[in-house]
Write a new protein. Structure first.
Length: 183
């Protein structure tokens, strides 16, 4: 597993294929992180489509899209499955956020969240409008996920900051109480 970006640092840029369910249409396109500059982006890495915890997590975020939109934030789900799998997953559960395919796990490696056995750790990275990491949570076990309310609180904190603020929000402990930067 590579080194995870640290709070207060610029994050690695990337472009991944993906799609968004809009009404009955799954619109496929490429998503580039730097193209979202000017808005807060929530990168929600998850191990797999149609798995119990991942489904609960993404359904929670999808049903709370108005909260994210009201905070001028975008949510991107990222997992190792392909775009066809993401389309089926989005259609089955009515997921309304972009689902991106990191099939080679290159982006997961760049963000330091690959894991033996499961492939990708459940992790959330909040990227400020300036492309700087403002908060993260990397799960050690992955049996739980960060709630909509927790993310909204942290996003609201980002909105109160000026670009280049020297006092980032502390990292959230992982499932076992350690910060998510170990391993």
């Amino acid at each position: 597993m590579g080194s995870s970006p640290q709070v207060g640092q610029s994050v690695p840029d990337f472009t991944l294929p993906g799609g968004t369910l809009t009404g009955d249409t799954f619109e496929r396109s490429d998503y580039t992180l730097s193209a979202a500059r000017g808005r807060t982006v929530v990168l929600a890495f998850y191990p797999g489509d149609n798995t119990t915890v991942c489904t609960k997590q993404l359904c929670s975020y999808s049903s709370g899209m108005e909260t994210f939109t009201g905070l001028d934030a975008e949510v991107w789900g990222i997992s190792p499955q392909g775009v066809d799998s993401h389309e089926s997953f989005a259609r089955t559960y009515g997921l309304r956020m972009p689902l991106l395919a990191d099939t080679g796990r290159e982006i997961a490696r760049a963000y330091g969240i690959t894991a033996p056995g499961i492939g990708v750790r459940r992790a959330v990275f909040l990227i400020g409008p300036d492309g700087v990491l403002r908060w993260k949570h990397v799960a050690v076990l992955g049996a739980t996920f960060q709630s909509l309310d927790t993310l909204a609180e942290h996003i609201a904190g980002i909105k109160g900051r000026t670009v280049g603020s020297a006092s980032p929000t502390p990292e959230q402990p992982g499932d076992d109480g350690r910060t998510g930067t170990t391993g």
